[in-house]
Design a protein around this ligand. Structure first.
Ligand code: ZN
Length: 253
C-alpha cells in the first residue's frame, strides 16, 4: 500500500487495518462549494454514508481514543476511531445521521474561541467561510453519544508561535471547553498537524491523554500524544476511477 494513501474504499486497506487501529481523519461532510480552495477537506454526504456502510458490513465498530491507546496488539477485533477536525456544522448535519445508522460514534475537535463562528484561520487566506457548531449544536453532538476534544483556541501553527502563546492555546482551550460543556477534555488535535517536541510536552503537561497528528499510519502502540491518522477522501474522478466505480472492476490498462 502506498504511504499517505487516502482511505476511500476498504479493500486496499484491509491488511493495514489489521496491523493496528485506524484513526480516520475527516473535516467537512458536504459537497465542496465551487469557490473552495481546500478540496481535500470535503467529502460528500453520499461518499461518507457509503464508507460508514462499508465499514459496518466489513465488521468494524468504533471505539474511543481512550480505548484505542489501551490496545497494543494487531486489530483482530476490527476497531476503528472516527475523528473530525474543526467542528464544522456539516458534520452534525450530514455525518451524524449516517454514523447513527451504522451504530458508530466519533470525536470532534473544537476551536474553543470560534464556537458558532467560522473557519477564520482559513478565511484570512481566501477560503470559503464554513460555519462551526455553536454551543447548542455541540450539546446535540454530545447527546448523540459522541465526544469532543480541543483543537486550541484559535487554530495557530503551534510550533511557530511563542512557547507562552502555545501554552495558552493548549491549556486555556481545555479549560474553556470543560467549563462550557461540563465534560472532561482529554484529547487534543494539533492544528495543521503541526507540532514540535516542546509543543508535544506542553500537551502532556496540560493533562491531555491523547493527541492526534496528520502523520500517516495506524495505531499499534507508541506515543499516545503523537497518534497517526489516515485521511479519508474520495477517489478523484479520473477515467480509471470512473470505470472502476461503474463496473466494479479494476481497469486493465
Ligand atoms: Zn483544523
Amino acid at each position: 500500500m502506498k504511504k499517505n494513501a487516502h482511505f476511500a474504499d476498504l479493500s486496499p486497506f484491509a491488511n493495514l487495518f489489521h496491523e493496528g487501529v485506524p484513526v480516520i481523519c475527516y473535516h467537512k461532510v458536504a459537497r465542496k462549494p465551487l469557490r473552495a480552495k481546500l478540496r481535500g477537506i470535503y467529502v460528500t454526504p453520499r461518499f461518507f454514508r457509503r464508507q460508514m456502510r462499508e465499514l459496518r458490513e466489513g465488521g468494524f465498530s468504533t471505539i474511543t481514543l481512550d480505548e484505542c491507546v489501551a490496545l497494543r496488539a494487531p486489530n483482530d477485533g476490527k476497531k476503528i476511531v472516527l475523528t473530525f477536525d474543526d467542528g464544522s456544522v456539516t458534520v452534525l448535519k450530514n455525518a451524524m445521521p449516517a454514523m447513527a445508522d451504522a451504530g458508530f460514534s466519533a470525536i470532534n475537535y473544537l476551536v474553543a474561541d470560534l464556537s458558532g463562528g467560522c473557519n477564520a484561520w482559513d478565511v484570512v487566506n481566501g477560503e470559503v467561510p464554513d460555519r462551526l457548531m455553536d454551543e447548542a449544536q455541540v450539546r446535540d453532538w454530545l447527546a448523540a453519544g459522541n465526544e469532543i476534544g480541543s483543537h486550541t483556541r484559535t487554530h495557530p501553527r503551534l510550533s511557530r508561535i511563542s512557547p507562552e502563546q502555545a501554552k495558552e492555546e493548549i491549556f486555556a482551550s481545555k479549560k474553556i471547553l470543560e467549563d462550557r460543556f461540563g465534560v472532561p477534555i482529554r484529547h487534543f488535535c494539533y492544528p495543521y498537524g503541526d507540532f514540535s517536541p516542546r509543543v508535544r510536552d506542553l500537551v502532556e503537561e496540560a493533562g491531555y491523554v491523547t493527541a492526534v497528528t496528520t502523520e500517516w499510519g495506524v495505531w499499534g502502540g507508541g506515543d499516545p500524544l503523537l497518534v497517526n491518522r489516515i485521511g479519508a477522501r474520495a477517489h478523484s474522478l479520473n477515467f480509471r476511477n470512473v470505470f472502476r466505480r461503474l463496473t466494479g472492476r479494476k481497469p486493465a490498462w
